[in-house]
Design a protein around this ligand. Sequence first.
Ligand SMILES: [Zn+2]
Length: 408
Amino acid sequence: MSILIKNVILENQKKDILIEENKIKKIDDQINDSADEVIDVKREKAILPGFVNAHTHVAMTLLRGYADDLPLNEWLFDKIFPAEAKINNEDVYWGTKLALIEMIKSGTTFINEMYLFRGLEGSARAIEEMGIRAILGICVDDFNFDQVKKFELPLNTDLIDYCIAPHAIYTASEETLRWAKDFSDKNNLLIHMHLSETQKEVSDSIEKYGKRPVNYLADMGFLNDKCVFAHSVWLNNEELEILKENGCSLIYNPCSNMKLASGVFRFDDIRKKGINICLGTDGAASNNNLDMFDEMKIGSLLQKVNNIDPESAKAEDILKVATENGGKALGKKTGKIEEGYLADLILIDLKQTYFNPCYNFISSIVYASKGDCVSDVICNGKIIMRDRKIKGEEEVYEKVKEISKKFN
Ligand SMILES: [Zn+2]
């Protein structure tokens, strides 16, 4: 299968892009090769790499707006965990489909997902059907540890790679964490975990283990370049140094951190240290949408106001964090438009008001646009959204409406 995109705007220049199988084969001023499908966008569309949403719990769309305006501890233990107890594998399947419709419509092509272990099959099925790329976390905590230990690791597919996802140090004991690290080593898997999201997590760690979360993990031998940590809000300089030395990646989740009033990610300090920063929406119960355009804009603005520095988290930096850096953390050649990279691409409709006028395209993307400027989405060399239409949308909305009744 090959796709030729003609007359598309790439970094302010008109280009032709040839996709063969699942990769970008050729980028040139003019390509005359034959292709199975030719899309001539007549300079009315620009092309960007698809976004990498590096931390999310997609089926939490089922609980969108279920519990708002609460601190993390109350939100999680009193509201979310009891509601999630009612969610089965089939619910996860439909919740994931709903989330992926929203994500694809706002230009995301790759997700780093962790959700209920009992819904793993439902997640995988929905991801395959929707055609998006994913690292699918096998979520482990002290409650499901015995089940997860007996579980056989599924095989990776063209779209899905599995990883191990211990929830956090306050839900996974040292024994569980050591097992997860060992499982990662044996199977060469990424580790995806929440880290130092709130001040309470840090003070509880000091009380329980006599050390801060990063020191606790470092002393356990847990840290290496397979680790991708979400939130990572409350880190001191020594902890940043340790994370840098171990090659860990950190995920900035601005909307969730703001909504749960968790704190502010030290974006500039972490960036200057040379630690890889990615961007994620977290779940729809703490955001409450999955639009990476919102995440980029709010993520950038939060840094500017927090540092009283308009040069903090510039548009081009935050766009890189939302694309290339995610690919790097998750070990895939995606997030960049270059020959040989995976064909995970989005087309941007330049006729939208956001781009009129357009003095600087990246600035228009980060500060002016919404996800609805994405017209078409290609993932792994396949068109998964054409002219904003995705197959089977209506059925998904109906099913989710039905499922949501059980939480009332
Ligand atoms: Zn999370």
